[in-house]
Design a protein around this ligand. Structure first.
Ligand SMILES: [Zn+2]
Length: 63
């Protein structure tokens, strides 16, 4: 069983810095909170994935 980890750069909705997130595409579509590596505020990540393929990543403020 392969774990499909996809690395993506996203823009933090709070500070605008680019950060890198690791996405487990084998888990399908997900919606979770990850703290920004720069400003430590919570970013909501909305992952669209299907069959191990990453379709898209959206970010939002999760305050
Ligand atoms: Zn930030």
């Amino acid at each position: 069983m392969d774990r499909c980890l996809d690395e993506r750069d996203i823009g933090c909705p709070f500070c605008g810095e680019r950060i890198t997130v690791l996405i487990d595409t084998s888990a399908g579509s997900q919606d979770y909170i990850e703290d920004c590596q720069v400003c430590c505020r919570p970013i909501r990540l909305m992952i669209d994935a299907d069959g191990g393929e990453l379709d898209g990543v959206r970010v939002d403020c999760a305050s």
